[in-house]
Ligand binder design. Structure first.
Ligand code: BGC
Length: 422
């Protein structure tokens, strides 16, 4: 096994942390997603066996996956109430950064109202992080929309972007004094393709032209938001979080090479080139490598994560180097991790990722932070609650939260790295 380069130093201000998103952890949200969950929970439970029975994890997860309650976020990880307790875990792991999202539907429950109490809540969260010397990375839109905005057509209509910008402006004027790093939109390409092409997330459409339209409107929304944020203050570091898988060739054929080139262009550059001028850094989410032979996607080699995704953490080095070579901007890893309920592969994953970051840095990539997905087990969208991404395990019955073994190790590793780089 490869070992970490003892002589390598991460910079003293490198951000070591974890990430979450409001709807996935807070509990008791009312938004476009919470409505959709309730309407679709029964059918998601009924179709689970057909969809997931080929997964290696199926025997372990089937009970939860076939139960309708699994598909309703409900109290989720109760982070809205328990954020202080959750922040204790960050401190325990010696982390100096935390990415979370603001729930737009809480801030602006109707088109005409701003909720001052909700704003005060997020202010308290930011203040608490600052007090703990934990740098917040704040996401403004992470897949969930207020119902009134969704009813107007959401990001399907360019004219609706003014509402998003009004919300962005409100957040920056109310809370911007406590922020530096702002993610305007989480994974625009994933949002557009799963919601409008695969039809698996609300509004569950299967319309390729609409998917392209929404992607372009999200690019426009990011650019407008970034301009707005910079007009409010010059010190902000703004980006999107972009999901960038890696593609690997299973043979040396021209067709495979072309498929990969095309795939990578569609997954990364088609979107990134539209927003890159208004990104101060590039937020990258890496979860998996796709093995390609000819025009086909091969089954990932075993072992796999509980979601049957490949376990190729070291490939993040190629992602980092590719994004660096194309865009010449600093990179923050805004999400990275795996669904691993038994905590079998998480330590290996993080260990290999640290080595990969060292190598990419030695090859000239400027990496400014690593935020593991996720701080705690959370509501994994249409999969519901069975996939376990957390450094912290959540018992959804008792509400008990426990730091996983791999997370305890990660915390010790962070302390060592930070001591060395100080
Ligand atoms: C999303 C998260 C999600 C994670 C794991 C990313 O696509 O930003 O919300 O939980 O991947 O699937």
């Amino acid at each position: 096994m490869k070992v970490s380069d003892e002589s390598f130093r991460f910079s003293h201000d490198f951000l070591w942390g974890a990430a979450t998103a409001a709807h996935q952890v807070e509990g008791n949200n009312h938004n476009q997603w919470s409505v959709w969950e309730k309407e679709n929970a029964a059918s998601l439970a009924t179709s689970a066996e057909k969809k997931y029975r080929s997964f290696d994890s199926w025997p372990r997860v089937k009970r939860a996956a076939m139960h309708a309650d699994n598909y309703v976020s409900a109290a989720a990880s109760n982070n809205f109430e328990e954020y202080e307790r959750d922040f204790d875990f960050l401190t325990q792991m010696n982390m100096n950064s935390y990415r979370f999202s603001i729930e737009w539907a809480r801030i602006q429950p109707t088109e005409e109202t701003w909720d001052d109490q909700a704003i005060a809540h997020y202010r308290r969260m930011l203040q608490s992080l600052k007090k703990r010397n934990i740098e917040p990375v704040v996401t403004l839109f992470h897949f969930t929309l207020p119902t009134w905005f969704a009813d107007k057509g959401g990001f399907e209509k360019k004219a609706n972007v003014v509402h998003f910008i009004a919300y962005v402006e409100k957040m920056m004027t109310e809370l911007g004094d406590l922020m530096t790093y702002v993610i305007t939109i989480n994974e625009p390409t994933v949002y557009a393709s799963i919601s409008y092409l695969a039809g698996m997330w609300p509004p569950a459409r299967k319309n390729p032209l609409l998917a392209v339209k929404v992607t372009n409107i999200l690019a426009y929304a990011h650019n407008e938001a970034a301009r707005t944020i910079h007009s409010i203050g010059t010190g902000y570091q703004v980006s999107i979080s972009h999901n960038s898988p890696h593609f690997i060739a299973m043979d040396g054929s021209i067709v495979t090479k072309m498929t990969i080139g095309f795939g990578q262009y569609i997954m990364d550059d088609l979107f990134l080139r539209k927003v890159i001028d208004l990104c101060d850094f590039v937020g990258i989410n890496y979860y998996m490598t796709h093995q390609i032979k000819g025009v086909r996607l091969r089954q990932p080699k075993r072992p796999v994560t509980d979601l049957n995704w490949s376990i190729e953490p070291a490939d993040i080095q190629h992602v980092l180097e590719r994004i660096h070579k194309t865009y010449h901007k600093p990179i923050m890893i805004t999400e990275n991790g795996l669904a691993d309920a038994t905590d079998t592969h998480r330590k290996y994953w993080i260990e290999q990722t640290i080595i990969a970051m060292e190598k990419a840095s030695q090859n000239g990539v400027s990496i400014i932070g690593y935020l593991h997905w996720s701080l705690m087990d959370n509501f994994e969208w249409a999969f519901g609650k069975w996939p376990r991404f957390g450094l912290v395990a959540v018992d959804y019955t008792t509400g008990k939260k426990t730091l996983r073994k791999s997370a305890q190790w990660f915390g010790t590793r962070i302390a060592l790295i930070r001591r060395r780089s100080a």
